[in-house]
Design a protein around this ligand. Structure first.
Ligand code: ADP
Ligand code: MG
Length: 317
């Protein structure tokens, strides 16, 4: 972006953070960052494209929040402590009425989690937001997808399905305002960083649920070369979801809705009892099934097999 590019960066993306491990932040050719000794650097990147990952009329605060949240969620799923972020921004024009709230949404989440924005890139083009998040974790304690073993107990955090129902309500024109509880869950999903940290050394495998519980569980099973039995009767359905939709639709949202960024994780059976009590205050975790030998996910209800149809989101499907 020619005119205003440097002013734009200076005005909106140059807040000085308090992290002492940022030896050099925004303004030089690249950032200089100090990783604590003995930790591995954990890196994640995600891109949001207008019209595909956020609606053109989405409040800019929520786009700023989401762009960072999806990445912090990936770090949470690794058990990592988030530290730094880079922002690559493509915009049709330097629209301050959009940039100001966008930056506010991004910095609000960053500052709440002690994350410093240390660099980025700014170009003219269609509205596309890419964030890279960096953090660290003790390599032997990192939560991976490939550690689930037969007999492990399967858990999911929080209230999956709410965000998917919020998105559907927005798309269907059923709600407009930002004060709808489900829409807020979609726009302002909270990355489960404290839970991910608490699961280090406890969970045998973990991932964040971005594309729907069932599809993401299949990915975890594949990575671990195991199968899973999911107990439909144990799926957590939030009070808000239950109030607004019949049970069958609630289950569909929980199984296939994306964008909640809850954590899906497995714990060896002999360690599973302390998990609920060990979760961060205010965040319930729910036992939803068990890991089995074999491959793929089967669903049961009251001990009987039930066939579930539908799918998660696949960009190339
Ligand atoms: P270069 O040409 O060396 O890549 P840029 O002009 O792209 O430099 O960026 C100048 C400085 O501003 C760099 O430190 C870069 O990391 C930072 N920066 C550029 N765009 C952003 C942005 N959207 N958010 C945060 N920092 C940015
Ligand atoms: Mg550049």
């Amino acid at each position: 972006m020619s005119l205003g590019e440097f002013d734009l960066i200076e005005r909106y993306f140059s807040r000085r953070g308090r992290r002492r491990d940022v030896l050099l932040g925004v303004g030089d050719d690249a950032a200089l960052l100090e990783v604590p000794p003995g930790r591995a650097l954990v890196a994640a990147v995600d891109t949001l494209v207008e019209g595909r990952h956020f609606l053109p009329d989405a409040p800019p605060e929520s786009v700023g929040h989401q762009a960072l949240a999806v990445n912090l969620s990936d770090l949470a799923a690794m058990g990592a402590e988030p530290a730094w972020a880079l922002l690559s921004l493509s915009l049709p024009e330097p629209d301050e009425a959009w940039l100001q709230p966008f930056a506010a949404g991004l910095y609000a989440l960053a500052e709440r989690n002690g994350v410093a924005l240390v660099g980025g890139d700014t170009v003219r083009g269609p509205r596309v937001v890419t964030v890279t998040a960096l953090g660290f974790v003790e390599p032997s304690l990192a939560l991976r997808r490939d550690g689930a073993r037969p007999g492990d107990v399967l858990f999911v955090s929080g209230w999956p399905g709410e965000a998917g129902a919020g998105l559907e309500a927005l798309r269907g024109g059923a709600v407009h305002g930002g004060d709808d509880a489900l829409v807020r869950r979609y726009r302002y999903a909270e990355p489960r960083i404290a839970l991910g940290r608490a699961l280090r050394g406890r969970a045998s495998a973990a991932m964040d649920v971005s594309d729907g519980l069932l599809g993401d569980l299949q990915k975890l099973c594949k990575a671990s070369a195991v199968g899973a039995c999911l107990d439909l009767g144990r799926l957590p359905v939030s009070a808000e979801l239950a109030r607004r939709h019949p049970r069958e639709d609630c289950e569909r949202f929980v199984l296939f809705g994306g964008d909640d960024y809850e954590l899906l994780f497995t714990v060896p059976a002999d360690r599973a009892d302390g998990v609920e009590a060990g979760a961060p205050a205010g965040l319930p975790v729910h036992r939803v099934g068990v890991i089995e030998a074999g491959a793929g996910v089967r669903c049961e209800r009251d001990g009987r097999v039930e066939v579930v149809r539908g799918g998660g989101y696949d960009h190339f499907a």
